[in-house]
Design a protein around this ligand. Structure first.
Ligand SMILES: Nc1ncnc2c1ncn2[C@@H]1O[C@H](COP(=O)(O)OP(=O)(O)OP(=O)(O)O)[C@@H](O)[C@H]1O
Ligand SMILES: [Mg+2]
Length: 339
């Protein structure tokens, strides 16, 4: 992100919890997250299942009401908009879901699925609507003949193309892509990512791209945010993630990125042996400390704040500087000084 005028989305202190077990437990799904997205930027959001990615994405779009925090989009306080204002505003921020089979109404033809948002927002009707739907289908790599078909007549990858056409129909500026390839065969995942990146470049879109795979997103996202139990652990330009992921959690996530080789899959399990703790019973201090190789007493005691190590590289770890310099010893104090 270069100039402040490029700033499209600014999220500050967003938190969202859920009461479960009849109100006896509070799940802190997102706990005070800040992030910024520039116009035309792809920001990756990565973390294990349950880390709060979807809750954060939906809170930003106001599909969920956050408990606290602010969401500013192109200078507008999104959480302060009235219902009617929000309905008009929604055109500018869209969502692509993980599973197109459940996100597309199975009883609607493609012409209606893609055309409906254009009608709802009063963008096109009649023959103009038909033309625009045909253009959108072409943009996502489907031919106009697809218009008269139903979602079940397509493959998973094609269905995701329809969902992308539907999301982009209203020409949004920002799209939350919530694990848009996770439900697809590995063979088509790259095609859908390439399509999304191609559309992003062609239309100058900004994405919040949610995924599990840190190595994958560091190839095509401009910057990456690593989330763990609802908090940001690291935020960095993609080159930093690729060459020196610094937070111990980012390091294991990066090393554990899924690869087809079964031997590597076993290695992945060895790197992250335990399950992510429940966000209703968060560990003391640094929430990653029970799974971390570098834990010290300080980590058990105090929540580390995010510190900027270099321009745009923020890490929430007590040992961040030593880890970056490669002088942090596993399971003990760093070599340089005792903490
Ligand atoms: N409506 C809800 N009611 C209660 N708990 C919820 C609700 N939605 C989410 N949670 C809990 O909040 C936490 C974060 O969930 P969320 O779906 O945001 O994670 P995620 O990172 O998107 O995971 P995944 O990778 O599996 O999609 C989880 O512990 C989840 O069980
Ligand atoms: Mg999710």
């Amino acid at each position: 992100m270069t100039q402040s005028s490029d700033l499209l989305l600014e999220v500050a202190g967003v938190a969202k919890s859920f009461a479960t077990h009849g109100g006896r437990r509070i799940v802190h799904a997102v706990d005070g997250v800040d992030l910024k997205v520039a116009r035309g930027e792809i920001l990756g959001l990565v973390g294990e299942s349950g880390s709060g990615k979807t809750t954060l994405g939906r809170s930003i779009l106001r599909l969920l009401a956050p408990d606290r925090g602010t969401v500013r989009f192109d200078g507008t306080d999104v959480l302060g908009l009235s219902g009617a204002q929000m309905r008009r505003f929604r055109r500018r921020m869209q969502l692509i879901f993980q599973d197109p089979t459940s996100s597309l109404n199975p009883r609607m033809r493609v012409r209606s699925l893609v055309g409906e948002p254009l009608e709802v927002h009063g963008i096109a009707r009649g023959s103009r609507l038909r033309e625009q739907v045909a253009d959108l289908l072409e943009e996502v790599g489907l031919d106009a003949g697809a218009m008269d078909l139903m979602p079940h007549e397509f493959s998973g990858g094609q269905r995701q193309r329809i969902a992308i056409a539907r999301a982009l129909a209203v020409r949004p500026e920002f799209v939350v892509c919530d694990e848009p390839v996770s439900s697809l065969d590995v063979s088509v995942q790259a095609q859908i990512i390439n399509l999304l990146v191609d559309l992003q470049q062609r239309h100058g879109l900004a994405y919040l791209f949610i995924a599990h795979d840190l190595a994958l997103v560091s190839h095509f996202c401009d910057r990456v945010v690593v989330l763990y139990l609802g908090r940001v652990m690291e935020s960095a330009p993609k080159e930093v993630i690729r060459t020196r992921p610094t937070h111990p959690y980012s390091q294991v996530l990066y090393a554990a990125s899924p690869v087809p080789d079964p031997k590597q899959a076993r290695r992945r399990k060895a790197l992250l042996p335990d399950e992510i703790p429940s966000p209703s019973d968060r560990p003391s201090g640094c929430s990653f400390h029970p799974r971390c190789r570098y834990t010290t007493d300080l980590c058990r005691r105090e929540v580390p704040g995010l510190r900027e190590l270099s321009r745009g590289h923020m890490v929430a770890c007590h040992h961040a500087e030593d880890l970056l310099r490669g002088i942090c010893e596993p399971s003990g104090a760093p070599q340089t000084h005792n903490r």
